[in-house]
Design a protein around this ligand. Structure first.
Ligand code: CP
Ligand code: NVA
Length: 294
């Protein structure tokens, strides 16, 4: 099984990964050697701090091994195809986690790999991020019943996966994005309980969680000036927080640009669960690896 989209999981599988994460976090020593002698290749076209390191540490703590292969240093940079690369890597390793510019590269890897391929971020989705975010919500509220998440900003990969994940678990989700930067239409169409709008205040109304991500994702840096203008009303700050529930918590997948999509005081406030959210990537990556490679 591959994990290229949150939608590759059934709602039941998604819930069970989240439940297993709770146990892994509480009892990490119970999982030592569960991936004994297995290898994960991390094939990354783009930079990463959290995803790369959490997968590597997760493999190590599960008794396996991880190899990071920067695409610039592999034969992909000299024109070898993703198809041939997948065929070769899957003859050495038990899993491939790939971070790519174009989602179609993941499809080509998966089609030619005999081992599971995990989307470690593409232009379309960031499913491992969403699984970790949903676990963080579950941990923070003790369940998903009656929860509303408001995503403010760029309707990007992180937003697309979060829409699918929230919809699968019955979480209401409002997305506020400027015209031209809305989430993927097909994903919104599939989602249940998803409301896309342009007003951040309206989206934030009665939210349990306010979520944001950078205004210019990796690969969009050249559009920075126009994006700064388009998104200037889409910042999570004290004023916006007043529209949400009084005990609303703030989330961000990181890295953050303080003073752009979120203010520094909110990141550091007791409303922020951003650091726990980042830590949880380690625990959820383990549950994902066990599901796919165990
Ligand atoms: N949130 C996330 O995926 O971070 P990295 O880009 O550092 O992996
Ligand atoms: N949307 C961001 C997420 C980084 C984790 C990006 O694609 O760069």
């Amino acid at each position: 099984m591959d994990l290229l989209s949150v939608g590759d999981l059934s709602p039941q599988e998604l819930k069970s990964i989240i439940e297993e994460t709770a146990d892994i976090k509480k009892n990490p020593s119970g999982y030592i050697d569960r991936l004994d002698s297995k290898t994960l290749v991390l094939l990354f076209e783009k930079p990463s701090t959290r995803t790369r390191v959490s997968f590597q540490v997760a493999m190590f703590q599960l008794g396996g091994n991880a190899i990071h292969l920067d695409t610039d240093r592999s034969q992909l940079s000299r024109g070898e195809s993703p198809a041939d690369t997948a065929r070769i890597l899957s003859s050495y390793a038990e899993g491939i986690a790939a971070r790519v510019y174009e989602h179609s590269t993941l499809l080509e890897l998966a089609k030619n790999s005999s081992v599971p391929v995990i989307n470690a971020l593409s232009d379309l989705e960031h499913p491992c991020q969403t699984i970790s975010d949903l676990f963080t919500i579950y941990e923070s509220r003790g369940g998903f019943e009656g929860i509303k998440v408001a995503y403010i900003g760029d309707g990007n990969n992180v937003c697309n996966s979060l829409i699918l994940g929230c919809s699968m678990l019955g979480i209401e989700m409002s997305v506020a994005s400027p015209e031209g930067y809305m989430p993927d239409k097909e994903i919104v169409r599939k989602g249940k309980g998803v409301y896309v709008m342009s007003s951040p205040k309206k989206a934030a109304e009665d939210a349990d969680f306010l979520y944001t991500d950078v205004w210019a994702s990796i690969g969009k840096e050249r559009e920075r000036d126009e994006r700064m203008k388009a998104f200037k009303e889409y910042q999570i700050n004290r004023e916006l927080l007043q529209h949400a529930k009084p005990d609303c918590r703030v989330m961000h997948c990181l890295p953050a640009h303080r003073g752009e999509e979120i203010t520094a005081d909110i990141i550091n406030s007791d409303r922020s669960i951003i650091w726990t959210q980042a830590e949880n990537k380690l625990h959820t990556q383990k549950a994902i690896l066990l599901r796919l490679m165990g």
